[in-house]
Design a protein around this ligand. Structure first.
Ligand SMILES: NC(=O)c1ccc[n+]([C@@H]2O[C@H](COP(=O)([O-])OP(=O)(O)OC[C@H]3O[C@@H](n4cnc5c(N)ncnc54)[C@H](OP(=O)(O)O)[C@@H]3O)[C@@H](O)[C@H]2O)c1
Length: 298
């Protein structure tokens, strides 16, 4: 297939571009930087110069492609609408990358939520996440095309493309390396579901091939608390005991969005539908094993 991917220089989109290229697809990738455009080209990915506000280019690329993957942003309304308009009425797949902070709570690290969601469970969406949820629904309702949402949990592992680092564990590690002390929000009792990037890309490939229109999938294969993740980081970096930060202290280091919705919340889901409907069989099951045994430390 001829595929158009946004976020082709990033962690998820870069990994998808490499994997799908290895499966014989031709990839055009959105890129906003000349140097990165050259690097994509050298990897056999055709760069499309522009950014998420380049509505005309997004529309044209979505129209000419056989399938579209939005992996640049879960929240950019204007770009997503252009991609929806580009595939409208064509029967083509549009895969949208969402994130499970959409069902995150405000635990501030101090409680374990009993709420575990799957695709059949009614969601509880905090007011701050309503806009993301509404965009997911808009993709699912794409007229005359296969609008599909992949709702990713905490992705770990090393990216296959230009973007090597994910968005949750690397900032925790960077803070620990800088200060010599691993910090988590509150007591770190809160849990997040997680998934390895190599399993994420196989699910996108399956969804591209055979997911029906309007399908929403959680992307998950295991879960861990932030206390457990912090402990694994401390062991990997040979540092002392994990210490605790309030949301306010954590906000000064990572910003409020990360402190509250990534590091302080619970986000617990089960990816039932992808296994049942697409035969997805993820192979990596433990984020803490990966941190302790494989996470790059230089
Ligand atoms: N990683 C996870 O665990 C995870 C889980 C769930 C959801 N998500 C969501 O998935 C999306 C992608 O995540 P990621 O981990 O792949 O992030 P990332 O590594 O930071 O990649 C983002 C990609 O989007 C591109 N991009 C961002 N803003 C752009 C703009 N205005 N115009 C053009 N390109 C733009 C970046 O280009 P540059 O290279 O030029 O910066 C990069 O290629 C984010 O919305 C993230 O919140 C991530």
């Amino acid at each position: 297939m001829n595929l158009f991917i946004t976020g082709a220089t990033g962690f998820i989109g870069g990994s998808l571009a490499e994997y799908l290229k290895s499966r014989g697809h031709a990839i055009r990738g959105l890129v906003r930087d000349d140097a990165k455009a050259q690097r994509l080209k050298a990897r056999g990915i055709e760069p499309v110069r522009g950014d998420l506000d380049s509505t005309d280019a997004l529309l044209a690329e979505a129209r000419r492609a056989d399938g579209v993957i939005n992996a640049a942003s879960s929240d950019h309304e204007k770009a997503l609408q252009a991609l929806i308009d580009g595939v409208r009425g064509s029967g083509k797949p549009l895969l949208h990358t969402s994130g499970s902070s959409v069902i995150g709570d405000d635990a501030r690290g101090d409680s374990l939520s009993p709420n575990i969601f799957d695709e059949d469970t009614p969601f509880i969406v905090e007011p701050d996440k309503q806009a993301r949820h509404a965009l997911d629904d808009r993709v699912l309702a794409t007229p005359g095309a296969r609008g599909i949402v992949l709702c990713n949990t905490m992705i770990y592992g090393t990216g296959r493309g230009l973007g090597r680092d994910s968005v949750q564990i690397p900032p925790l590690v960077a803070q620990a390396r800088k200060s010599g002390v691993v910090r988590v929000v509150g007591q770190g009792l809160n849990r997040w579901s997680n998934v390895h990037i190599d399993d994420v890309v196989t699910l996108y490939a399956l969804a591209l091939e055979k997911a029906p229109a309007g399908a929403f999938y959680f992307v998950e294969n295991g879960e861990a608390s932030y206390a457990e993740i912090g402990e694994a980081i401390a062991r990997r970096l040979k540092l002392g005991p994990v210490r605790h930060w309030s949301v306010e202290e954590a906000t000064r280091e990572w910003g409020e969005g990360h402190a509250r919705y990534s590091f302080g919340s619970n986000s617990r889901v089960r990816a039932k539908r992808a296994r049942r409907e697409l035969g997805w069989a993820p192979r990596h099951a433990s984020v803490t094993d990966w941190i302790r045994d494989e996470m790059p430390v230089d």
